[in-house]
Design a protein around this ligand. Structure first.
Ligand code: ADE
Length: 227
């Protein structure tokens, strides 16, 4: 997969994309991430990428020209499956969205800012508008990182244990069961006996029961949707 991220803060991506799963996916050549600085494409002599919104009221809006030029350039080089815009008024990003996007070849993510981006850009270029939740971030960069992480980790070959992404919370519509590691007793609190029994089938049943119980208690909305 090739991911092109369009941002006015390219430095923000340096940390998260140079560690852990994303780094592993890049090293294994499963994913290629290109971070583009929108400011490099502005035709404005003061290098501005935003301007006052038309009409009364305060607020800056990202200008269409630099972003459109950048997207046009990328599109002239390859076809894109999706051009995503991160915005609090988009559809809520969830595991299903991550799974679907993980199967794509080329994706652009445009990180929104200020009061948004000129509506003409959204109408002319954007194929998907996504939010990571009902709250407003300073910018779309964190949202783009969250989405990239969730998308990349489910691409086959990224996680070393191929089955582990499939047993994550939400993949089955259930929350994950509790997990334990050594020591078997800590400050008098023991690991459930069943996990030390060596009986894989009974452990699997126990995990499923725990998942169902946890989902019913913590996320009744998900529990209602179970088949
Ligand atoms: N930009 C600002 N807030 C956002 C959110 N909740 N999701 C995606 N992009 C955003």
């Amino acid at each position: 997969m090739r991911l092109d991220i369009l941002t006015i803060f390219p430095e923000m991506f340096e940390g998260p994309f140079s560690l852990s799963m994303i780094k592993r996916a890049i090293n294994k050549k499963i994913v290629e991430i290109h971070i583009h600085n929108i400011r490099d494409y502005t035709a404005d002599k003061h290098k501005r990428v935003d301007d006052y919104a038309y009409g009364p009221g305060a607020g800056m809006v990202m200008m269409i020209q630099p972003i459109a030029d950048l997207i046009d350039k990328l599109k002239s080089e390859r076809d894109y499956d999706e051009i995503i815009f991160t915005t609090p008024d988009g559809d809520t990003f969830n595991q299903e969205t991550a799974n679907t996007l993980s199967l794509k070849e080329n994706i652009i993510i445009l990180c929104g800012h200020y009061k948004g981006v000129d509506q003409r850009l959204r109408d002319m270029y954007i194929t998907k508008e996504l939010s990571i939740g009902d709250y407003v971030l300073t910018g779309g960069e964190l949202a783009a990182m969250v989405m990239s992480d969730a998308i990349i980790r489910v691409i086959p070959g990224v996680l070393s244990d191929e089955t582990s992404a499939l047993t994550d919370s939400f993949q089955s519509g259930l929350l994950s069961p509790p997990v334990y590691t050594r020591p078997p007793v800590y400050k008098g609190v023991a690991v459930p006996d069943i996990l030390l029994s060596g009986n894989d089938k009974e452990i699997a049943n126990w995990r499923l029961e725990q998942s169902l119980e946890k989902t019913r208690n913590l996320r009744p909305d998900l529990y209602e949707k179970l088949p």
